[in-house]
Design a protein around this ligand. Sequence first.
Ligand code: NAD
Length: 492
Amino acid sequence: MQEYRMLIGGEWVGAETGDWIESVNPFDGKAWARIPRAGPGDVRRAASEARRAFLDPSWSRLTASARGHLLMKLADLIAEHSDQLARLETTDNGKLINEMSSQLRYLPQWFRYFGGLADKIQGSVIPIDKPGVFNFTRHEPLGVIAAITPWNSPLLLAGWKLAPALAAGNTVVWKPSEFSSVSALAFARLFELVGFPRGVVNVVTGYGSEIGEALVSDPAIAKVAFTGGDQTGQRVYQTAASGIKPVTLELGGKSANIVFDDADLDNAIKGVVSGIFAASGQTCIAGSRALVQRSIYREFTRRLIEFAATAKIGNPLDTSTQVGPVTTRPQYDKVLSYIQIAKDEGAKCLLGGQTPQRPDLEDGWFVEPTIFGDVRPDMRIAQEEVFGPVLAVIAFEDEDDAIRIANDTIYGLAAGVWTKSMRRALLASEKLEAGTVWVNTYRAVSYMSPFGGYKRSGIGRESGIEAINEYLQTKSVWIDVNEPVPDPFVMR
Ligand code: NAD
């Protein structure tokens, strides 16, 4: 059993209670590593170390260019360690090694991009309407950022927060998911190797239910950047509100992949499959609803089932595997319960719908790629986030109907549109209530393009130039050179 420690104030420590959490490999259900089970005391120490580091000249007096350079060096080191980190993630969360390797190979770009942005954060000189008075703005870091991340893409989603937060000059306390903390603790060593001052990045591991609130409400925390489920996000938002702290919330989704009758069906089928089965449905942007125009509904579902049925289920560390296990036992139970709910509500199970009956998979948390047809938009399977390999196929009549059904959920994270018509593509991208709209593609993300949710899918944006503003606050500076000081009883 491998043992990992937390990084607090530059020291590698266990929890102050001496407690541990066993991390379980979803492929075989066996504990393979242990991580500290931090308590509120550990969180307080991490937050206060991060605050001390924020004020320490070794960080606060570092030039923006030097800060950016550290992030660039970190990017190089991540690239060097990407294979090793990807294996840790796959062992910990069961997602495909191909998926985790490609995420890890891409991750350095976030640190390069925001590292490059660090010394381009500039205020403006305002030609203020008062003679003899100068006014300019400074964009300053907020202080200590609490970064709270989920289990599905542990390092990528942390990088989306850490890269802009550090580039802006903040310090960080990072709490990864209790289900997938190992890669975070391995990753934290890279900050040390690069030479970040101690306490600039701290990692605490433990149960959200035990330390989440202590972290969010700690007076040293200036802002919370959270990715996770919308119920947890709501609690985080409420706790942050009592301290008047800003938040970035990246929450769940029920994204629609809309297939019009003029689409290239081969491409659309691949897009729909990649949207829901590629990561066993465990991505916030999962295209968990396929909206298919009625005139092609039969042909499309027949070909979709044919294609999805060929997906190879197996060991996620095997590069030929296409569908791995679900990451956690509670998640596995939840996915199976949604399959039952869909059946009970009258949806027609067209593919899968159970655990694979294979001796080599019986210890893991596997669910077959599952497709439901005849789904009505008001069914729970069409409204609620399952976060598993379960697709709901819904028929629509025309463009207005497609947009109405697509927008008829509490979420608004992403949407896909499959059509050859430029008019339809533009119309849909304008009318869809989603933070990301993909046309004739799906699950494309980049460090350059803003990502975030409409409606209950979140607040704020990650990636792209504007993401840096999530970690800055504006100060207005006034300098008055007038002599003598005018009437003190009148506003200037
Ligand atoms: P989760 O909400 O259960 O947990 C997320 C994180 O919050 C974990 O680190 C957890 O320990 C912590 N947490 C739990 N209770 C807390 C509390 N009271 N206070 C503070 N922190 C607390 O989510 P999950 O199951 O790990 O991840 C799956 C969810 O994440 C899905 O809903 C998915 O859609 C969402 N997600 C969203 C995005 C996005 O960018 N929009 C990306 C990936 C995942």
